[in-house]
Write a protein that binds this ligand. Structure first.
Ligand SMILES: CC(C)(COP(=O)(O)OP(=O)(O)OC[C@H]1O[C@@H](n2cnc3c(N)ncnc32)[C@H](O)[C@@H]1OP(=O)(O)O)[C@@H](O)C(=O)NCCC(=O)NCCS
Length: 159
C-alpha cells in the first residue's frame, strides 16, 4: 500500500524520506522525549518497521509506527499533532493499520501504554484492544517517576 484516499484526507506509507516530517510531529507530540530525524530514519530502514502518516489535505498531522514479525505486530508509537486531536484521525490510522496487517497475514497486534495515559488507553479500548498484562516501572516521566505500562492486544481477525 502506498496511499489511501479518504474524503479530503489521505493515509500514506512513510519512508526514510519522511524522517524530518516525522521528527517534527514527534517533537510536538512528545516534547519531553523527541526523536530526531536521524533516529527515525535508522528505525525506518529496518525490515520489520513500517509507518503510516495521516494527512489532512497536504498537511501531515500524525503517524503510527509499528514492527511486525511473522504473524504478530507491535505498535511502537502513534501520535497526532495537538492541534489536530479528537477528530478521529488516530482511530482511522488504527483501522488502516489493521487492514494492512490482515492482508499481510498478521493476526495479533500488541502495544504498551503508560497506565496514566488515559487518552491513549481510551483510544485503544475504543478500537477493540484488551488489557492483557502489565510491565512494572516501564516508563520514566520527566520528573524521574517510574510508571507502569499496560500491555494491550487486539485480535486482528475480529476487526
Ligand atoms: C492518544 C492520541 C494518539 C489520540 O489521538 P486522536 O487523533 O486525538 O484520537 P481520536 O480522535 O482518533 O480519538 C479516538 C478515541 O480515543 C479516545 N480519546 C482520544 N483522545 C482522548 C482524550 N483526550 N480523552 C479521552 N479519550 C480520548 C476517545 O475514546 C476517542 O473517541 P471519541 O472521540 O469518539 O470519544 C493523541 O492524544 C496523542 O497523540 N497523544 C500523545 C502521544 C501519545 O500519548 N501516544 C500514545 C502512546 S502509547
Amino acid at each position: 500500500m502506498s496511499k489511501v484516499e479518504l474524503e479530503d484526507d489521505s493515509i500514506v506509507s512513510a519512508g526514510v524520506e519522511h524522517s524530518v516530517v516525522l521528527a517534527e510531529l514527534h517533537a510536538r507530540c512528545f516534547p519531553h522525549s523527541p526523536w530526531d530525524a536521524k533516529s527515525i530514519s535508522r528505525i525506518l530502514v529496518q525490515e520489520p518497521y513500517d509507518c503510516l502518516i495521516y494527512c489532512v489535505g497536504s498537511t501531515p498531522v500524525g503517524f503510527v509506527l509499528w514492527q511486525s514479525v511473522i504473524d504478530e505486530a507491535e505498535i511502537t508509537t502513534i501520535c497526532i499533532d495537538p492541534k489536530w486531536r479528537r477528530k478521529g484521525y488516530s482511530r482511522l490510522l488504527i483501522v488502516e493499520l489493521c487492514r494492512f496487517l490482515s492482508q499481510d497475514q498478521v493476526s495479533k497486534l500488541f502495544l504498551e501504554v503508560a497506565e496514566d495515559n488515559s487518552p491513549a488507553i481510551n483510544l485503544y479500548l475504543n478500537a477493540g484492544f484488551e488489557k492483557i498484562g502489565w510491565r512494572r516501572k516501564y516508563y520514566q516521566k520527566e520528573d524521574g517517576t517510574l510508571v507502569d505500562a499496560l500491555v494491550m492486544g487486539l485480535d486482528i481477525i475480529k476487526t
